[in-house]
Design a protein around this ligand. Structure first.
Ligand code: ADP
Ligand code: MG
Length: 405
């Protein structure tokens, strides 16, 4: 079935054509109809499979139809919540591009920037609001956000939005919106516990659409290589120099490590940029923008960029540090292999991180391919560094690093 054959408005179809969307992806095929029928949906589908348009298309269609018929109540009709500001903006852009020729108005609000322009936009009338929870609650408590006629609540990265940290927010939100509404959950991962929570948020039955056994997207080749903690930077240098045309997202555990890795790469003449939650918001947007536009090809980041970010031409994901939350492995490697593209991911695992690797493999249900290095190859990589301050022979002699790995 093609989008042409769908009973949706011609304006949406023409925009889908402009975007090059001819056929729905699996999740779009399974989710669009039930959402159009008004059902609550819990949709689990792998990273990069087009979940955004799976909710954007029917939401636009439902609200546009009502608006065209002159059925207009005041306030926001649909609220889409996302965990990060970057993701909220990205989703909002999909609403804008698919909904370009429609009457429904969408907007995005998020923290880290001045709220006055956002309030001004809300006052002009917004049908679909994409938001991060923090700023949304600020505006609700100040009386700028009217959600008493809300018809659709959509949580993207739903498992995270229902988990610790956000769950209380969601519970609070439910007090501000009508009980009778349509609720949509989208994610690539969900645990049993969170699934139960999801069912407690919506009383009526919800559909589970696609539930893959191994949540890692099938078009991603992923492997793990065993590297001592102190040697990781030399291996990153090696990979970045070997694939000098490729685009990389490199995940590290902490903000400080992100900055240190950038500094270490600078010492060996590699230009990279770090992105983390401690960076001022406008700069966060600018960093991601430069990466999108290929002005920077290596992004060193924390889990702030793990969820939802869609940059279609990322060639490699490197887990410089393994994530301690297994789900995040799936989301991190999912920054590559978007849509029909293939992607590659490589994780650097130190002795201390073996426990995380075991957890991840238990979670994904499969052993991750080992990238084997002989002692000789390992030492060659250390020896090839352009970091003049590094006396690798001495280090190996002192610490015995490299022997068992
Ligand atoms: P997910 O949320 O499942 O991780 P996204 O919604 O971010 O995935 O979509 C991944 C990529 O696939 C995006 O670049 C998007 O433009 C593209 N895409 C989505 N639906 C289609 C489609 N029907 N045809 C072609 N490309 C699509
Ligand atoms: Mg997504």
């Amino acid at each position: 079935m093609k989008f042409e054959d769908y009973r949706i408005s011609a304006q949406i179809k023409s925009q889908l054509k402009v975007l090059g969307f001819n056929k729905p992806t699996d999740i779009q095929f399974k989710a669009i109809d039930p959402i159009l029928k008004g059902e609550d949906v819990l949709a689990i589908a792998q990273t990069g499979t087009g979940k955004t348009a799976a909710f954007v298309i029917p939401i636009l269609e439902i609200l546009e139809k009502k608006k065209s018929r002159g059925k207009q109540t005041e306030g926001v009709k649909c609220l889409v919540l996302a965990p990060t500001r970057e993701l909220a903006i990205q989703i909002s852009k999909v609403f804008e591009s698919i909904g370009q020729n429609l009457k429904v108005v969408s907007a995005c609000i998020h923290g880290g920037v001045e709220q006055d322009p956002q309030i001004a936009q809300l006052n002009k009338g917004v049908d679909i609001l994409v938001a991060t929870p923090g700023r949304m609650f600020d505006l609700v408590s100040q009386g700028h956000l009217n959600m008493k006629n809300l018809e659709i609540l959509c949580l993207d990265e739903a498992d995270l939005m229902l988990d610790l940290g956000f769950y209380k927010d969601i519970q609070d939100l439910l007090k501000h919106i009508p009980k009778h509404r349509q609720t949509l959950f989208f994610s690539a991962t969900i645990t049993l516990k969170i699934k139960k929570l999801a069912y407690s948020v919506v009383k009526n039955a919800i559909r589970i659409q696609i539930s893959p056994k191994n949540p890692v997207a099938k078009n991603i080749d992923h492997a793990v290589v065993f590297i001592e903690m102190d040697d990781k930077r030399f291996f990153l240098e090696n990979v970045l120099k070997e694939y000098e045309e490729s685009k990389f997202v490199v995940f590290v555990r902490t903000k400080i490590r992100a900055e240190r890795v950038v500094a270490a790469m600078e010492r060996v003449m590699l230009k990279t940029e770090f992105l983390h939650g401690g960076v001022e918001q406008q700069e966060r947007f600018a960093i991601l923008d430069r990466f999108r536009k290929n002005e920077n090809r290596v992004l060193i980041t924390t889990d702030v960029a793990a969820r939802g970010i869609d940059i279609p031409d990322v060639d490699y994901v490197i887990n410089y540090d393994l994530p301690d939350v297994s789900e995040n492995y799936v989301h991190r490697v999912g920054r590559t292999g978007r849509g029909n593209k293939r992607g590659q991911a490589l994780s650097f695992c130190s002795k201390d991180e073996m426990v995380f690797l075991e957890d991840i493999e238990e979670y994904t249900g499969e052993e991750i391919q080992r990238f084997e290095l002989t002692n000789g190859e390992y030492e060659d990589i250390l020896g090839a560094t352009d970091d003049g301050s590094y006396n690798w022979k001495k280090l190996i002699d002192e610490e015995g690093g490299g022997d068992e790995w």
